[in-house]
Design a protein around this ligand. Structure first.
Ligand code: PLP
Length: 385
Protein backbone atom coordinates (compact mmCIF):
# COMPACT_ATOMS: atom_id res chain seq x y z
CA UNK A 1 0.00 0.00 0.00
CA UNK A 2 2.71 2.46 0.91
CA UNK A 3 6.36 3.28 0.50
CA UNK A 4 8.21 2.05 3.62
CA UNK A 5 11.48 3.80 2.81
CA UNK A 6 11.10 6.56 5.43
CA UNK A 7 13.98 6.38 7.88
CA UNK A 8 13.15 8.65 10.81
CA UNK A 9 10.29 8.22 13.25
CA UNK A 10 8.91 11.75 12.88
CA UNK A 11 8.76 11.31 9.09
CA UNK A 12 7.18 7.86 9.43
CA UNK A 13 4.54 9.19 11.83
CA UNK A 14 3.32 11.49 9.08
CA UNK A 15 3.95 9.53 5.86
CA UNK A 16 4.23 5.78 6.59
CA UNK A 17 1.26 3.62 5.66
CA UNK A 18 -0.54 6.35 3.73
CA UNK A 19 -2.26 5.18 0.53
CA UNK A 20 -0.18 5.56 -2.64
CA UNK A 21 -1.57 7.16 -4.69
CA UNK A 22 -3.69 9.21 -2.22
CA UNK A 23 -7.38 8.33 -2.44
CA UNK A 24 -8.93 10.89 -4.82
CA UNK A 25 -5.87 12.99 -3.97
CA UNK A 26 -7.07 13.41 -0.37
CA UNK A 27 -4.14 14.53 1.81
CA UNK A 28 -5.88 13.32 4.99
CA UNK A 29 -7.00 9.68 5.12
CA UNK A 30 -10.80 9.69 4.58
CA UNK A 31 -13.08 7.91 7.06
CA UNK A 32 -14.61 4.77 5.52
CA UNK A 33 -17.78 4.78 7.61
CA UNK A 34 -19.11 1.51 6.21
CA UNK A 35 -19.66 -1.61 8.32
CA UNK A 36 -19.30 -3.96 5.35
CA UNK A 37 -17.80 -3.78 1.89
CA UNK A 38 -18.94 -5.43 -1.34
CA UNK A 39 -17.78 -8.98 -1.90
CA UNK A 40 -14.75 -8.93 -4.24
CA UNK A 41 -14.11 -12.67 -4.61
CA UNK A 42 -12.32 -13.14 -1.24
CA UNK A 43 -11.56 -16.78 -0.44
CA UNK A 44 -11.93 -16.86 3.35
CA UNK A 45 -14.34 -15.34 5.86
CA UNK A 46 -11.44 -13.52 7.55
CA UNK A 47 -10.65 -11.71 4.29
CA UNK A 48 -14.14 -10.24 3.77
CA UNK A 49 -14.00 -6.54 4.51
CA UNK A 50 -16.02 -5.82 7.64
CA UNK A 51 -15.23 -3.52 10.58
CA UNK A 52 -15.07 -6.35 13.13
CA UNK A 53 -12.57 -8.18 10.92
CA UNK A 54 -10.15 -5.25 11.36
CA UNK A 55 -9.42 -4.89 7.67
CA UNK A 56 -11.15 -1.74 6.40
CA UNK A 57 -8.93 0.95 4.79
CA UNK A 58 -8.85 2.91 8.09
CA UNK A 59 -7.54 -0.18 9.90
CA UNK A 60 -4.98 -1.09 7.27
CA UNK A 61 -3.24 2.29 7.05
CA UNK A 62 -2.87 2.37 10.83
CA UNK A 63 -1.54 -1.19 10.96
CA UNK A 64 1.28 -0.24 8.65
CA UNK A 65 1.99 3.19 10.14
CA UNK A 66 2.18 1.89 13.73
CA UNK A 67 4.25 -1.17 12.72
CA UNK A 68 6.76 1.11 11.02
CA UNK A 69 7.09 3.35 14.08
CA UNK A 70 8.51 0.41 16.04
CA UNK A 71 10.15 -1.34 13.06
CA UNK A 72 7.76 -4.27 13.45
CA UNK A 73 6.81 -6.61 10.64
CA UNK A 74 3.09 -6.17 11.33
CA UNK A 75 0.63 -4.23 13.45
CA UNK A 76 -2.96 -4.45 14.64
CA UNK A 77 -5.17 -1.72 16.06
CA UNK A 78 -7.82 -2.52 18.65
CA UNK A 79 -10.77 -0.88 20.38
CA UNK A 80 -8.73 -0.17 23.55
CA UNK A 81 -5.43 -0.89 25.22
CA UNK A 82 -7.15 -3.59 27.29
CA UNK A 83 -8.49 -5.18 24.07
CA UNK A 84 -4.89 -5.32 22.79
CA UNK A 85 -3.58 -6.85 26.04
CA UNK A 86 -6.41 -9.28 26.79
CA UNK A 87 -6.77 -10.45 23.18
CA UNK A 88 -3.00 -11.02 22.85
CA UNK A 89 -2.93 -13.07 26.06
CA UNK A 90 -5.97 -15.10 25.09
CA UNK A 91 -4.57 -15.71 21.60
CA UNK A 92 -1.24 -17.01 22.87
CA UNK A 93 -2.03 -18.77 26.17
CA UNK A 94 -3.99 -22.01 26.55
CA UNK A 95 -5.50 -23.85 29.49
CA UNK A 96 -2.66 -25.13 31.72
CA UNK A 97 -0.16 -22.53 30.51
CA UNK A 98 1.79 -20.33 32.88
CA UNK A 99 2.72 -16.65 32.58
CA UNK A 100 5.53 -14.72 34.28
CA UNK A 101 4.42 -11.13 34.81
CA UNK A 102 5.77 -8.14 36.72
CA UNK A 103 3.91 -7.30 39.92
CA UNK A 104 3.71 -3.49 39.63
CA UNK A 105 1.40 -3.14 36.67
CA UNK A 106 -1.42 -1.10 35.19
CA UNK A 107 -4.40 -2.03 37.39
CA UNK A 108 -6.61 -3.28 34.52
CA UNK A 109 -3.93 -5.72 33.38
CA UNK A 110 -3.35 -6.80 36.99
CA UNK A 111 -7.08 -7.46 37.42
CA UNK A 112 -7.37 -9.38 34.15
CA UNK A 113 -4.40 -11.60 34.97
CA UNK A 114 -5.35 -12.29 38.60
CA UNK A 115 -9.15 -12.53 38.28
CA UNK A 116 -9.93 -13.64 34.70
CA UNK A 117 -7.03 -15.77 33.42
CA UNK A 118 -7.30 -18.30 36.31
CA UNK A 119 -10.95 -18.95 35.36
CA UNK A 120 -9.64 -20.34 32.06
CA UNK A 121 -6.93 -22.42 33.74
CA UNK A 122 -4.11 -20.00 32.87
CA UNK A 123 -1.72 -19.55 35.81
CA UNK A 124 0.72 -16.79 36.62
CA UNK A 125 3.55 -15.79 38.95
CA UNK A 126 4.54 -12.23 39.70
CA UNK A 127 8.20 -11.49 39.10
CA UNK A 128 10.61 -8.73 40.01
CA UNK A 129 11.41 -7.46 36.50
CA UNK A 130 14.83 -6.20 37.57
CA UNK A 131 16.01 -9.60 38.90
CA UNK A 132 16.62 -12.36 36.29
CA UNK A 133 17.28 -14.95 39.06
CA UNK A 134 13.68 -14.45 40.17
CA UNK A 135 12.37 -15.23 36.64
CA UNK A 136 14.48 -18.39 36.48
CA UNK A 137 13.29 -19.51 39.92
CA UNK A 138 9.63 -19.09 38.93
CA UNK A 139 9.85 -20.52 35.41
CA UNK A 140 7.96 -23.82 34.99
CA UNK A 141 7.87 -26.38 32.16
CA UNK A 142 4.47 -24.94 31.18
CA UNK A 143 5.62 -21.27 31.19
CA UNK A 144 4.77 -19.79 27.79
CA UNK A 145 5.23 -16.02 28.09
CA UNK A 146 6.87 -13.23 30.08
CA UNK A 147 5.16 -9.83 30.37
CA UNK A 148 6.55 -6.46 31.51
CA UNK A 149 5.82 -2.73 31.22
CA UNK A 150 8.54 -0.43 29.85
CA UNK A 151 8.00 1.75 32.90
CA UNK A 152 5.83 0.23 35.59
CA UNK A 153 2.59 2.06 36.33
CA UNK A 154 2.59 4.01 38.68
CA UNK A 155 6.08 3.74 40.24
CA UNK A 156 8.03 4.05 36.97
CA UNK A 157 10.39 1.15 37.69
CA UNK A 158 12.31 -0.02 34.61
CA UNK A 159 12.75 -3.79 34.04
CA UNK A 160 16.00 -5.23 32.72
CA UNK A 161 14.47 -5.01 29.24
CA UNK A 162 17.08 -6.64 26.94
CA UNK A 163 17.48 -9.46 29.45
CA UNK A 164 13.70 -10.11 29.52
CA UNK A 165 13.82 -10.53 25.74
CA UNK A 166 16.89 -12.80 25.79
CA UNK A 167 15.49 -14.88 28.68
CA UNK A 168 12.32 -15.42 26.64
CA UNK A 169 14.28 -16.38 23.54
CA UNK A 170 16.49 -18.87 25.37
CA UNK A 171 13.46 -20.62 26.94
CA UNK A 172 11.07 -20.48 23.98
CA UNK A 173 8.70 -17.99 25.65
CA UNK A 174 6.85 -15.11 24.00
CA UNK A 175 8.13 -11.79 25.38
CA UNK A 176 5.36 -9.19 25.72
CA UNK A 177 5.71 -5.57 26.74
CA UNK A 178 3.24 -2.78 27.41
CA UNK A 179 5.08 0.17 25.82
CA UNK A 180 2.31 2.72 26.49
CA UNK A 181 4.28 4.90 28.94
CA UNK A 182 7.37 5.17 26.74
CA UNK A 183 5.69 5.48 23.32
CA UNK A 184 7.58 4.42 20.17
CA UNK A 185 9.47 7.72 20.31
CA UNK A 186 11.30 6.82 23.52
CA UNK A 187 11.60 3.03 23.22
CA UNK A 188 11.13 0.51 20.43
CA UNK A 189 10.92 -2.92 22.10
CA UNK A 190 11.35 -5.07 18.99
CA UNK A 191 14.81 -3.51 18.41
CA UNK A 192 15.73 -4.97 21.82
CA UNK A 193 14.46 -8.46 20.98
CA UNK A 194 10.85 -8.34 22.28
CA UNK A 195 8.26 -10.36 20.38
CA UNK A 196 5.18 -8.21 21.02
CA UNK A 197 4.76 -4.57 21.93
CA UNK A 198 1.37 -3.35 23.13
CA UNK A 199 -0.06 0.12 23.54
CA UNK A 200 -3.04 1.86 24.95
CA UNK A 201 -3.57 4.15 21.95
CA UNK A 202 -5.83 6.16 24.22
CA UNK A 203 -2.66 7.73 25.66
CA UNK A 204 0.38 9.11 23.81
CA UNK A 205 -0.33 7.60 20.38
CA UNK A 206 -3.54 9.61 20.08
CA UNK A 207 -2.51 12.32 22.53
CA UNK A 208 -5.72 14.33 22.68
CA UNK A 209 -7.80 12.53 25.33
CA UNK A 210 -10.75 12.06 22.98
CA UNK A 211 -10.80 8.34 22.06
CA UNK A 212 -10.10 4.88 23.48
CA UNK A 213 -7.86 2.71 21.29
CA UNK A 214 -5.07 0.12 21.40
CA UNK A 215 -2.39 -1.53 19.30
CA UNK A 216 -0.19 -4.63 19.14
CA UNK A 217 3.01 -4.76 17.09
CA UNK A 218 5.16 -7.79 16.27
CA UNK A 219 6.00 -10.49 13.76
CA UNK A 220 3.54 -11.22 10.97
CA UNK A 221 2.87 -14.71 12.37
CA UNK A 222 2.07 -13.54 15.92
CA UNK A 223 -0.05 -10.64 14.66
CA UNK A 224 -1.97 -13.04 12.42
CA UNK A 225 -2.85 -15.23 15.43
CA UNK A 226 -3.91 -12.21 17.50
CA UNK A 227 -5.96 -10.80 14.61
CA UNK A 228 -7.79 -14.11 14.36
CA UNK A 229 -8.64 -13.93 18.08
CA UNK A 230 -9.65 -10.25 17.81
CA UNK A 231 -11.95 -11.07 14.88
CA UNK A 232 -13.82 -13.44 17.22
CA UNK A 233 -13.60 -11.55 20.51
CA UNK A 234 -14.71 -8.38 18.76
CA UNK A 235 -12.55 -5.67 20.33
CA UNK A 236 -12.25 -3.85 16.99
CA UNK A 237 -11.76 -0.12 16.61
CA UNK A 238 -14.45 1.80 14.72
CA UNK A 239 -13.43 3.86 11.67
CA UNK A 240 -14.03 7.23 13.29
CA UNK A 241 -11.83 6.41 16.29
CA UNK A 242 -9.26 4.99 13.83
CA UNK A 243 -9.31 8.30 11.96
CA UNK A 244 -8.71 10.28 15.16
CA UNK A 245 -5.91 7.92 16.24
CA UNK A 246 -4.34 8.28 12.79
CA UNK A 247 -4.50 12.07 13.05
CA UNK A 248 -3.03 12.04 16.56
CA UNK A 249 -0.12 9.79 15.59
CA UNK A 250 1.06 12.34 13.02
CA UNK A 251 2.16 14.73 15.81
CA UNK A 252 3.49 12.02 18.16
CA UNK A 253 7.18 12.84 17.76
CA UNK A 254 6.88 16.55 18.41
CA UNK A 255 4.47 16.02 21.34
CA UNK A 256 6.73 13.44 22.98
CA UNK A 257 9.76 15.74 22.78
CA UNK A 258 7.83 18.32 24.83
CA UNK A 259 6.42 15.72 27.27
CA UNK A 260 9.99 14.47 27.88
CA UNK A 261 11.36 17.97 28.40
CA UNK A 262 8.55 19.24 30.64
CA UNK A 263 8.43 16.12 32.83
CA UNK A 264 12.20 16.36 33.34
CA UNK A 265 11.83 19.98 34.49
CA UNK A 266 8.94 19.19 36.84
CA UNK A 267 10.69 16.10 38.27
CA UNK A 268 13.82 18.11 39.07
CA UNK A 269 11.76 20.86 40.68
CA UNK A 270 9.78 18.39 42.81
CA UNK A 271 12.94 16.56 43.91
CA UNK A 272 14.39 19.83 45.17
CA UNK A 273 11.25 20.81 47.15
CA UNK A 274 11.20 20.34 50.94
CA UNK A 275 7.59 19.13 51.04
CA UNK A 276 8.33 16.26 48.64
CA UNK A 277 9.61 13.01 50.13
CA UNK A 278 10.30 11.03 46.96
CA UNK A 279 10.02 11.44 43.18
CA UNK A 280 9.76 8.46 40.80
CA UNK A 281 11.04 9.45 37.35
CA UNK A 282 13.55 7.40 35.31
CA UNK A 283 15.21 10.60 34.07
CA UNK A 284 16.42 11.50 37.59
CA UNK A 285 19.82 10.27 38.70
CA UNK A 286 18.21 9.17 41.97
CA UNK A 287 16.00 6.65 40.11
CA UNK A 288 17.27 3.13 40.84
CA UNK A 289 17.31 2.16 37.14
CA UNK A 290 18.42 5.54 35.75
CA UNK A 291 21.58 4.08 34.16
CA UNK A 292 19.53 1.46 32.26
CA UNK A 293 16.92 3.99 31.19
CA UNK A 294 19.67 6.30 29.91
CA UNK A 295 21.18 3.49 27.89
CA UNK A 296 17.97 2.15 26.32
CA UNK A 297 15.54 5.07 26.05
CA UNK A 298 15.61 8.06 23.72
CA UNK A 299 13.65 10.06 26.30
CA UNK A 300 12.19 9.47 29.77
CA UNK A 301 8.57 10.25 28.90
CA UNK A 302 5.98 12.50 30.51
CA UNK A 303 4.95 10.29 33.45
CA UNK A 304 6.15 10.72 37.01
CA UNK A 305 4.85 10.01 40.49
CA UNK A 306 5.77 11.39 43.90
CA UNK A 307 5.10 11.18 47.62
CA UNK A 308 4.61 14.18 49.85
CA UNK A 309 6.10 14.22 53.35
CA UNK A 310 2.59 14.98 54.66
CA UNK A 311 1.09 11.83 53.04
CA UNK A 312 -2.57 11.63 52.00
CA UNK A 313 -3.82 14.89 53.65
CA UNK A 314 -1.00 16.83 51.95
CA UNK A 315 -1.84 15.21 48.59
CA UNK A 316 -5.49 16.20 49.00
CA UNK A 317 -4.48 19.81 49.76
CA UNK A 318 -2.21 19.84 46.71
CA UNK A 319 -5.07 18.66 44.49
CA UNK A 320 -7.31 21.45 45.76
CA UNK A 321 -4.70 24.11 45.02
CA UNK A 322 -3.38 23.06 41.60
CA UNK A 323 -4.81 25.22 38.82
CA UNK A 324 -3.33 23.85 35.57
CA UNK A 325 -3.48 20.03 35.81
CA UNK A 326 -6.92 18.47 35.67
CA UNK A 327 -7.77 15.95 38.37
CA UNK A 328 -8.58 13.04 36.10
CA UNK A 329 -7.48 9.48 35.40
CA UNK A 330 -5.66 8.29 32.28
CA UNK A 331 -2.60 9.95 30.75
CA UNK A 332 -0.69 10.89 27.63
CA UNK A 333 -2.78 13.83 26.42
CA UNK A 334 -1.70 17.40 25.74
CA UNK A 335 -3.14 18.57 29.09
CA UNK A 336 -1.46 17.75 32.41
CA UNK A 337 -3.41 15.40 34.68
CA UNK A 338 -2.96 14.44 38.31
CA UNK A 339 -4.38 11.33 39.94
CA UNK A 340 -4.03 9.24 43.04
CA UNK A 341 -3.48 5.69 41.71
CA UNK A 342 -4.95 4.19 44.91
CA UNK A 343 -8.40 5.48 43.90
CA UNK A 344 -8.09 5.37 40.08
CA UNK A 345 -5.81 3.12 37.99
CA UNK A 346 -5.06 0.74 40.88
CA UNK A 347 -8.41 0.84 42.69
CA UNK A 348 -9.12 -2.73 41.50
CA UNK A 349 -6.24 -4.06 43.65
CA UNK A 350 -6.68 -4.85 47.31
CA UNK A 351 -5.17 -2.28 49.72
CA UNK A 352 -2.71 -4.95 50.98
CA UNK A 353 -1.53 -5.70 47.41
CA UNK A 354 -1.10 -1.99 46.71
CA UNK A 355 0.81 -1.33 49.91
CA UNK A 356 3.04 -4.38 49.37
CA UNK A 357 4.06 -2.92 46.01
CA UNK A 358 4.75 0.52 47.49
CA UNK A 359 1.63 2.26 46.10
CA UNK A 360 0.63 4.35 49.11
CA UNK A 361 -2.73 6.11 49.44
CA UNK A 362 -1.00 9.49 49.16
CA UNK A 363 1.02 8.68 46.01
CA UNK A 364 0.42 11.34 43.32
CA UNK A 365 0.85 10.44 39.65
CA UNK A 366 1.33 13.21 37.09
CA UNK A 367 0.85 12.93 33.35
CA UNK A 368 2.84 15.99 32.33
CA UNK A 369 1.20 17.73 29.39
CA UNK A 370 2.64 20.15 26.88
CA UNK A 371 1.63 23.43 28.53
CA UNK A 372 4.43 25.95 29.13
CA UNK A 373 6.80 24.01 31.44
CA UNK A 374 7.77 27.03 33.54
CA UNK A 375 4.13 27.94 34.14
CA UNK A 376 3.44 24.35 35.14
CA UNK A 377 6.35 24.27 37.60
CA UNK A 378 5.14 27.58 39.08
CA UNK A 379 1.68 26.09 39.56
CA UNK A 380 3.13 23.16 41.53
CA UNK A 381 5.26 25.61 43.50
CA UNK A 382 2.26 27.70 44.58
CA UNK A 383 0.19 24.57 45.33
CA UNK A 384 2.94 23.05 47.47
CA UNK A 385 3.56 26.35 49.25
N1 PLP B 1 -1.63 0.03 29.75
C1 PLP B 1 -1.35 1.08 30.54
C2 PLP B 1 0.05 1.30 31.00
C3 PLP B 1 -2.37 1.95 30.94
O1 PLP B 1 -2.09 2.98 31.73
C4 PLP B 1 -3.70 1.69 30.49
C5 PLP B 1 -4.83 2.57 30.88
O2 PLP B 1 -4.71 3.44 31.70
C6 PLP B 1 -3.93 0.58 29.68
C7 PLP B 1 -2.89 -0.22 29.32
C8 PLP B 1 -5.32 0.26 29.21
O3 PLP B 1 -5.65 1.07 28.15
P1 PLP B 1 -7.18 1.41 27.70
O4 PLP B 1 -7.78 2.24 28.77
O5 PLP B 1 -6.99 2.09 26.39
O6 PLP B 1 -7.87 0.09 27.57
Amino acid sequence: MSDSSFRKLSTKAIHAGEPQPRLEGSVAMPIFQSAMFEYMGEKSYHDLKYIRLNNTPNHRVLHQKLAELENAEAGLVTASGMAAISTSMLALLNQGDHLLIQGTLYGGTHDFVTKDLPRWGIHYDFIDPTQPEDWEAKRRPETRAIYVETMGNPLLGVPHLPQVASFARSHGLVSMIDNTFASPVNFRPLEHGFDLSMHSGTKYLNGHSDIVAGAVLGSASLIEKITHALNHLGGSIDPHAAFLLHRGVKTLAVRMRQHNESAGQLARFLESHDAVAKVNYPGLESHPQHAWAKEWFDGFSGMLSFELGGGLPAAERLFERLRIPLKAPSLGGVESLVTRPAITSHAGMSAEDRHALGITDGLVRVSVGIEDPQELVEDFEQALG
